[in-house]
Design a protein around this ligand. Structure first.
Ligand code: GA4
Length: 321
């Protein structure tokens, strides 16, 4: 990464914000327990965010992918840049999306389809990891459908299993920022990945043991999520918020960088096929309940999302007034 001069680094500061008055516990869900269904629904309603253990993803797949990622990001910039810029897939450095967002991060954004092309050494490794994480995502979505008495139980998961599913995979590297260390002492924070919600149905995140992830609480404050490399963190995405007519919350989150430690995260974004209509499930609507959203397809939502800035309220223009 290129070193930034003082004035430039100012662009990366996170706006000052309030800390939560009460720090809630992040819902912890043990997928091996029968009562997990109930806790999953509650976590999606209250936070749109939770952490899972006993997830069934083989640590071999996780460690192999992480070590390939570490090797890739340690290679010379000229080598990494051969895979960039992301268009839409590939290697990106400090520039996020196409609309002027920047962050103290470098990344690989990849198609999650099995036959996709990846940088050498990532080929089989990404497939093994994504296949296993996708199974866990589908299990979670089916448990949610069960608990909400939605029929068939694969109403959500079939969208990820569909051959045309538009799912993505991202590996992020947040390098330590030495220029920032003096500011860290003063309590200022440097943005790694600015605040946003994920447009897809569900996101499954795993990181190494470096902190940085923060979620936005209902009172507008930010809560830091303690890292846990043994668990997975799950986000409700905008599409799942719409399909549940606002019952589940698409959580706003961001990553702040660390002055001294490198953070590596890998995220699977489970999305529907492009032609899929994203609308509240009829079987979930009660009495005279009206959809909170105008009708749209995933293609339309995705196009609008990719034309927006990270912190924009993307669902806003799809809400009924
Ligand atoms: C956020 C979630 C995923 O990382 C992502 C991001 C995408 C990108 O990095 O190109 C976007 C962002 C994400 C939402 C708004 C647009 C598009 C950057 C951006 C400014 C891959 C995605 O699907 O949407």
């Amino acid at each position: 990464m290129v070193a930034l001069s003082k004035p430039l680094i100012e662009q990366f500061f996170v706006k000052p914000n309030t800390s939560p008055l009460i720090i809630p516990d992040i819902p912890l869900i043990d997928l091996s327990k029968p009562e997990s269904k109930h806790h999953l629904v509650k976590a999606c309603q209250d936070f749109g965010f939770f952490k899972v253990v006993n997830h069934g993803v083989d640590s071999k797949f996780i460690n192999k992918l992480e070590s390939e990622a570490v090797k890739f990001f340690a290679s010379p910039l000229s080598v990494k840049e051969k895979f960039g810029p992301p268009n839409p897939f590939g290697y990106g450095n400090k520039i996020i999306g196409r609309n002027g967002d920047i962050g103290w991060v470098e990344y690989l954004l990849l198609n999650a389809k099995p036959e996709s092309e990846y940088p050498e050494n990532f080929q089989g490794v990404v497939n093994d990891y994504v296949t296993s994480v996708k199974m866990m995502a589908c299990e979670i979505l089916e448990l949610l459908a069960d608990e909400m008495k939605l029929q068939p139980r694969d109403v959500f998961s079939k969208l990820l299993m569909d051959e045309q599913s538009d799912s993505l995979f991202r590996v992020n590297h947040y390098p330590p920022c030495p220029e920032f260390q003096e500011n860290e002492k003063s309590g200022r924070k440097l943005v790694g990945f600015g605040e946003h919600t994920d447009p897809q149905i569900i996101s499954i995140l795993r990181s190494n043991n470096t902190s940085g992830l923060e979620i936005s609480l209902r009172d507008g404050s930010w809560m830091s999520v303690p890292p846990d490399s043994e668990s997975f963190f799950i986000n409700v995405g905008d599409s799942l918020q719409v399909m549940t007519n606002g019952r589940f919350k698409s959580v706003k989150h961001r990553v702040v960088t660390n002055g001294t430690k490198s953070r590596v995260s890998m995220i699977y974004f489970g999305g529907p096929p492009l032609s899929e209509k994203i609308a509240p499930l009829p079987s979930l609507m009660q009495g005279e309940e009206d959809s909170l959203y105008k009708e749209f397809t995933w293609f339309e939502y995705k196009r609008s999302a990719f034309n927006s800035r990270l912190s924009d309220n993307r669902l806003g223009s799809f809400e009924k007034i």
